[in-house]
Each structure stands twice: as structure tokens, then as C-alpha cells.
Design a binder for this molecule. Structure first.
Ligand code: FES
Length: 573
């Protein structure tokens, strides 16, 4: 039902003739607003994850001004609301610890203030799911304005991408192939401008999936952060949200199981980050929609990787933009999409895709010439991962798709890091490296420790990949044969806690299995003797997190935030 002025949520704050509404109007006039600005217009929140310590969001203050211009032109009134800025690289111990914090903050910002609709300005790995989770739970019309990827860069004539090449060059330095002067020079390369990582890491995976969900403007995801088209897109977001408010176009009307399957299809065609497996399930649960790891695995088996982007391919997001961006890619896999799903444009996915063709078939490949036929993501199960684990098959070495090896187990990240430098470490290229106590509760926050480094002595022998297992996550920009998100995690007694150095571990990607080859009686003995690790967190947000976070296969949301039941509106007095 279209809304009238009298239906606006903000009217509850501003329109009454009592003392409280007087005070609300008075305080906006205190800031220089006219009486009619809040009485006669929809109020738009611009939720901004900018901060001086968040390079991916460094330009969002300026973009907020563009959004405001769009809101004003469309007859709304904008208010910019700062929200926790989670720049992936600086925030410790891990941004994942704070994704739910941001989600709660966004939900409560929108609930507690006189807001009719929201533009979400975000884009780094956790700010996209964090802001969306909050907006979905609050249920106001919302549009996502992606921060946009940083510009391409080159080093010694070769394309280099954020994250992916950092790890590559680090391994080369450990192997003695890069000297100190080049290493220092590389600090100024790969990250050429503000904006999100220019590889198909978690940031671009999540913003692309958001666009596929129908929550951002078609084609907005791949626009480089520093392109003037990005500024125009931000203005368009501001303009669009005003009409969305009048049309009452809420996330609940846009999000369906079909739209989530569209997002999953896009993840697979892009060779997207494994982190999306956690975030998309969390988002679906916020919307009250059933989505499981099995849905992701089934889609991965059907859709090959067709985006030639690091780490699965060899191009960057700017190339993807020139090649036609996400709408062009979605047209290639249109037969797998639910084209009738509604989007923020007020039109269907199919309407939005019309006429958006591939402009460079080397970057967005036809289905007959995929980057990887094997699929993006494999969901593994077995006695080591009863609730599932994931592996980015498109960025792994096929030699480990069927493998048996001797486990070398580490109980903590510092222990593992120190061992990697040990010239006498008992390890060879067939060893299976295992890291535990790195999951949602154990670490806590499930950091990106799952791309375990290769032991230095093997790097020097030319080894660049090994089979690695953990209950942690891995950066979406990284690559390697890493089994991640093992669930349930070791810190809550999952089977990973029972592995010992010297055990044999078997993996079979085609069969989707991950097994600890130890007899059941021995496993039962170890389980009986297992003691949960002592946790030092006795107060604060981390304590709350450990008490309420769900496991990886459930999305790592807080148990009390899942589900579609709305929290009651605040009493206005
Ligand atoms: Fe923010 Fe990669 S660090 S997008």
C-alpha cells in the first residue's frame, strides 16, 4: 500500500501537538532546520560506516553528501548517522567479532530515531552484512549504497590485487625471492586508492550478492570508488529511497527464498568468498528464510566460475566494471535466476537486466569457457565436520581434491605461527596442517586464520600449497587448499578438538567428505577425556558474544537476533 504523509513513521515524533513533539521539532530547529523539513517530508537515515581508520570507507563522507543531494531533490530530508566502521585490516582481533555489534547498532539506530527509510553506506567485508542484518530486522525501506572497489594497480608490468598479492609476495619473500627493498616498495602498491579490495574477496562478493538480492541499484557494485559514476550512483540511491518510502518497499517485500538463491548463484559464478557462506545464512535467518549450506553446495555443482577475477582468475574489479559488471554476469546465468523477484528499483530482476550485455568475454566468460569448471564452493561433511565445512575449490590445488595425509595439529594461532618458522618442523608437502580453537567461540570471533601459512622450510623448497584444516575463516582474497568453518568448532567440543598429531585425515572433494581415520572407540576415549579450553573473557561484548554466537553453519549471528519477529516500536513520550 502506498504511504501518505500521515502514515510516515517519523510523524509519531514530529506531528503531535503535545509537549514532547514540540521538543522534537524545537531541537531540529535548533540545528537550523525549518519546521516543514521534518513535518512535511520523509526522513531518511544515511547510515555511514566511514572512519579515518577505514581505508575501504575513506570516501564515504563525500558520498554521504551526494546521497543527501539525492534525498533532497526527491523531496525527503536526510540525516547522516555514523555507525561502527569495520575496516577489515585494522580492527583486531577480527572484524567478525563486531559484525553482530554493527548489526545491532544499525537496528537500534533506526528503531530509536524518527526514521522512515535508510541508505546504507558500507562495503568492507563485515559492514555490508552488518548493516543489512540490522536493516532487515528493523524492516524499514532500505537501499544499500556500495563503497565500490579501489582502482587497479600494476607492479613490474603485472596486475596486482589487494590481499591476494600481499600473501603471494610474502611467500616469495619467505622463500628468499624478494629482497627487503622491493618488499618496502610493495607497501605502496596493490591498494592504489580508497575503496574496497579490488579482487573478488569478501567485500565484492557480499556487495555483489546484495545487488543480486535486489537491495542495491543494478550495476552499482562494480563501479570503482573513485569513478565519478560512483558519485552519481550515490545521488541516485538518495533519490530512490524517497520513492521507496512512499511505496513502502521494505526488505521484507524484496527478500524471498528466490532472491537468496539468486544471490547464491551469483556467488558461485563469481568464484566468491567462502565468508559469504556464513553471512548469507545469517541474512536469510534475519529475514526468516530457510537457507542452508546444502543449498550453496547444490548451486556450486550447477554453476561454474565465469568471472575471471582474482583469486580464482587473473583480473580485478575495475576490469569487471568495464566488462559490464554484475548485470552482464547475471545475464549469462539468467537460466539459473528467479527473474521475477522484486528489487529496490520497484522492478523485477529480469527488467533490471534487460540490455545489459557482456562487453569483454575474457573477464566475464561464456558458460562454455569457464574459469573453473569444478565450482566455487564445496561443502564437506564427515566425522570431522558433522555440521559441515567449506572449501573454495576454485582457488585450491586440484592435487588435494582427493588426499590422505598425516595431521600436524596446533592449538592456537601463536603456536602455529612460531612453528612455521622452525627449520626442524616435522612436516612435508603431504602433511595436513590443522589449526583449532579458532572458531566463533574459541578464538573468539572466527578470525581469518584459516589460510594457514606454509612452513618456511617448505616455501624454500618451492612448496606453495598444502591441505590445511581449521574452524576459522579465510580471507576471500586468499587462495589455497584450505578447509574452513569446520562445524561444530573445537572449542565447543566439535570433533576437531579430538585430532592428534600423527592421525590420518582423508578428504574427497567429489564425494564431499572429510574424515578422521581413527577408530570410533579411540575417538570416544578422547572425547571422554576432552576438557574445554579456559576462556579469559569474563566481561564486556566479547563475553556476550561467546554466550550467544551461533556456529558457522548457522551464520554466527546471535541466537536472540535471528528470526523475522519484529521488536516493538519505541513508546514516544
Ligand atoms: Fe576492506 Fe578488503 S579490507 S574490502
Amino acid at each position: 500500500m502506498p504511504k501518505t504523509l500521515a502514515d510516515l513513521r517519523s510523524r509519531r515524533w514530529f506531528s503531535a501537538s503535545d509537549m514532547r513533539a514540540f521538543a522534537h521539532r524545537q531541537r531540529t530547529q535548533q540545528m537550523g532546520l525549518r519546521r516543514e523539513d521534518v513535518l512535511d517530508k520523509p526522513i531518511v537515515a544515511i547510515v555511514n560506516t566511514w572512519s579515518d581508520l577505514s581505508p575501504c570507507h575513506a570516501h564515504l563522507r563525500e558520498r554521504a553528501e551526494s546521497v543527501k543531494r539525492g534525498v533532497l531533490m526527491a523531496g525527503g530530508y536526510p540525516f547522516e548517522l555514523p555507525a561502527m566502521s569495520l575496516g577489515e585490516v585494522m580492527v583486531k582481533p577480527t572484524t567478525m567479532l563486531y559484525r553482530n555489534f554493527l548489526a545491532m547498532e544499525v537496528e537500534e539506530l533506526l528503531r530509536s530515531l524518527p526514521i522512515d527509510g535508510a541508505v546504507l553506506l558500507a562495503g568492507c567485508d563485515k559492514t555490508t552484512p552488518g548493516t543489512l542484518m540490522g536493516a532487515i530486522s528493523m524492516g524499514l525501506p532500505s537501499i544499500f549504497c556500495p563503497a565500490g572497489p579501489m582502482l587497479n594497480d600494476r607492479h613490474q608490468g603485472k596486475t596486482v590485487g589487494a590481499g591476494t598479492h600481499t600473501r603471494m609476495f610474502w611467500d616469495e619473500m619467505q622463500a628468499g625471492k624478494i629482497g627487503p627493498a622491493e618488499w618496502v616498495h610493495l607497501e605502496s602498491r596493490m591498494t592504489r586508492s580508497p575503496g574496497t579490495c579490488n579482487t573478488m574477496g569478501t567485500a565484492s562478493t557480499m556487495t555483489s550478492m546484495t545487488e543480486a538480492l535486489g537491495l542495491s541499484l543494478p550495476g552499482s557494485t562494480s563501479i570503482p570508488a573513485m569513478d565519478s559514476a560512483h558519485t552519481r550512483m550515490a545521488t541516485a540511491c538518495g533519490e530512490r529511497i524517497v520513492q521507496m518510502i512512499w511505496d513502502d518497499l521494505t526488505p521484507q517485500r524484496i527478500l524471498t527464498r528466490g532472491s537468496f538463491m539468486n544471490a547464491v548463484a551469483v556467488q558461485m559464478a563469481l568464484g566468491g568468498s567462502t565468508n559469504a557462506a556464513v553471512h548469507i545464512i545469517a541474512l536469510a535467518r534475519r529475514a526468516g528464510i530457510e537457507l542452508t549450506l546444502d543449498d550453496l553446495d547444490a548451486m556450486s555443482r550447477r554453476i561454474p566460475v565465469i568471472a575471471n577475477l582474482f583469486p580464482s582468475g587473473d583480473r580485478l574489479m575495475e576490469d569487471f566494471y568495464y566488462a559490464g559488471g554484475l548485470p552482464a554476469l547475471m545475464n549469462v546465468i539468467a537460466h539459473e535466476l528467479r527473474l521475477s523477484e522484486l528489487t529496490v528499483t520497484g522492478k523485477s530482476v529480469g527488467d533490471n537486466l534487460r540490455g545489459r550485455e557482456v562487453l569483454d568475454a575474457e573477464v566475464i566468460r561464456p558458460l562454455t569457457q569457464p574459469v573453473s569448471q569444478g565450482g566455487t564452493l564445496a561443502v564437506l561433511r564427515g566425522n570431522l565436520a558433522p555440521e559441515g565445512a567449506v572449501m573454495k575449490a576454485s582457488a585450491a590445488n586440484p592435487k588435494f581434491f582427493k588426499h590422505r595425509g598425516r595431521a600436524l595439529v596446533f592449538d592456537s594461532q601463536p603456536q602455529m605461527q612460531a612453528a612455521m618458522l622452525d627449520a626442524d618442523l616435522d612436516v612435508d608437502e603431504n602433511t595436513v596442517l590443522v589449526l583449532r580453537n579458532a572458531g566463533p567461540v574459541g578464538a573468539p570471533g572466527m578470525p581469518e586464520w584459516g589460510g594457514l601459512p606454509i612452513p618456511k622450510k617448505l616455501l624454500q623448497q618451492g612448496v606453495r600449497d598444502m591441505l590445511r584444516l581449521s574452524d576459522a575463516r579465510m580471507s576471500g582474497t586468499h587462495y589455497g587448499s584450505c578447509v574452513l568453518h569446520i562445524s561444530p568448532e573445537s572449542a565447543v567440543g566439535g570433533p576437531l578438538a579430538l585430532v592428534r598429531t600423527g592421525d590420518t585425515i582423508a578428504i574427497d572433494i567429489e564425494a564431499r567428505s572429510l574424515e578422521l581415520l581413527v577408530d570410533e572407540q579411540e575417538i570416544a576415549r578422547r572425547r571422554a577425556a576432552w576438557v574445554a579450553p579456559v576462556q579469559p573473557y569474563t566481561r564486556g561484548f566479547t563475553k556476550l558474544y561467546q554466550q550467544h554466537v551461533t556456529q558457522a553453519h548457522e551464520g554466527c549471528d546471535f541466537d536472540f537476533l535471528q528470526g523475522a519477529a519484529p521488536t516493538p516500536e519505541p513508546v514516544i513520550y
